[in-house]
Ligand binder design. Structure first.
Ligand SMILES: [Zn+2]
Length: 141
């Protein structure tokens, strides 16, 4: 399935867009950026020169990804307006300005519960449990 790019989006001819990725209204994707397969890039997203986005990432409206940033697979950027200035690990949910990891998401894009399990499809991500615990104990102090 080839990518779908809305006519109002501006994608540099030197950017690479993976199969099945959907790019919505007014998105700008700059020179040399590489977007993986099956991503969803929301309205008014700006993706800077040479940014790398993994497969199956969801990027919500008005997010900005600056040069030097690499997103792993299955990342969720949002809610709207996030400004991403650092690399993002797999399954991370990041939001804010600058964007920080505020949780974790399933491959289906839904948030994981405290046990790193998806309510919707039952998938679980045991490898994320130790990371999540670390951030919990930081908050508790
Ligand atoms: Zn799921």
């Amino acid at each position: 399935m080839s990518p779908s790019v809305h006519p109002t989006a501006e994608v540099s001819p030197t950017a690479a867009i993976g199969d099945g990725t959907r790019i919505w209204h007014w998105v700008q994707i700059r020179e040399g950026a590489r977007i993986g397969r099956g991503c969803n890039i929301g309205k008014d997203v700006y993706i800077d020169v040479d940014v790398v986005v993994g497969d199956h990432c969801k990027i919500q409206n008005f997010a900005t990804l600056y040069t030097g940033v690499t997103l792993a697979n299955n990342v969720f950027i949002g809610p709207a307006g996030a400004v991403v200035t650092t690399n993002v690990p797999p399954q991370a949910l990041v939001a804010g300005v600058p964007a920080k990891c505020i949780g974790w998401v399933c491959d289906c894009g839904r948030p994981l519960d405290r046990n790193m399990r998806c309510d919707y499809d039952g998938k679980s991500f045991p490898a994320l449990r130790s990371k999540a615990r670390k951030s919990d104990s930081r908050r508790a102090k």
